[in-house]
Design a protein around this ligand. Sequence first.
Ligand code: AMP
Length: 433
Amino acid sequence: MAEGAFEQLKLNKQLLQAIAEAGYSQPTAIQQKAIPRILGGHDVVGIAQTGTGKTAAYVLPLLMKLRYPQGDQPRALVLAPTKELVLQIDAVIRQLAAYTGLRSVAIYGGVGPKSQLTALQAGLDILVATPGRFRELYGKGHIPVKQIKALVLDEADRMMDMGFMPQLRQIFEVIPVKRQNLLFSATMPPKVEHLMAEFLDFPDIIEVTPQATPAATVSQWVYEVPNFKTKINLVGRLLADESFARVIIFTKTRQAANDLYKYLQRKGLGPANVLHANKAQNSRLAAIRAFREGELRVLVATDVAARGLDISQVSHVINFDVPVQYEDYVHRIGRTGRAQQQGAAITLVNPAEVYHLQKIEQLIKQKIERLPLPDGVEVAETPFEEQQQMARAIDHQKKLANPDYQGAFHEKKKKKPAHKPGKFSIRRKRKRK
Ligand code: AMP
């Protein structure tokens, strides 16, 4: 079944093993299309959003080509616009390279360079970097570039928006000319086309459109909920309704999954079980089987544990947290409303998640109806720590949305960031106390 498809992509045993452990059962569309062409040595441009599996689409063939550790100098360079993305890519590389011995190092601004320098000196095969930090450390002679034979530009559109073109030009000047170039971008605005024209030779252009048409039989709605505790109370209230017969609840974290599960047990709203990556494989399989066979009413699952999980015929999907891999939303609601049955997908949104919900609405080209909280749901106070977390997340989103934001390269320059406490009413309220 599943592994077969990856095997057809001519990946070696070490990679197939890591793919299986990552829980990927089938290659995604971008992986199907990009992997053979990258292995074939072409320059490739992939137009694909986050959530399509684009990272593994270039990481797998790169690992395949690098094969095993060799020397101490980087042979592949991945450039990405932000520290977060650099860390995410580095994590994917480490996961998929687990059985190859290949070494990845991540470098980015906003922190001192010391530990990054130590990592560089220890030897590496792949370097993942923000353009700013790369230039800085290269300028000081810390990055040997002569062995670089493959270059990846990830989220090229965001790099252009953040004004990285000058840094990129400088980097292209110092790395070997004879190399394979890969460029990934969610969109293809003129700036990215220029970048392509300047640096890629007759690339193969691959485009995937995210699966974005929710099944027509699924009704969707959203509750705006101020905080975690109120979300729990709301789930309790919803499950008091017997029409919620076979329910999957997705949470972002294990902690939330466990808390919710305990709450359901305490209130007698089960039978329920919980599925997360920390559970032994046996107990996960047992939980899935029990749910499939109708012995469980509610299955609580973390996003990670739910990947590749194929359970259909559920009456309700509840997104306890808004999925930040936006395609997940579409996949999840696809689990309800099969075979003429009416299904429902309900998403609970706190103030820091409104941003992600809007992205999902853009993806599915549809506005999801907001419903008022049902009667009888106790609205809890938001604890200070949770307020802070939400304020930080909103701050981060604003930076992402503002094209003037200069990103990692300039971080060290703005010594004390101009504090704007007035931006968040929640924070301001607190300060007045
Ligand atoms: P990306 O688009 O690279 O940000 O990947 C989005 C998510 O999809 C990540 O959480 C990956 O772990 C996951 N993923 C990538 N490839 C696959 C696959 N073939 N099957 C299932 N999940 C995948």
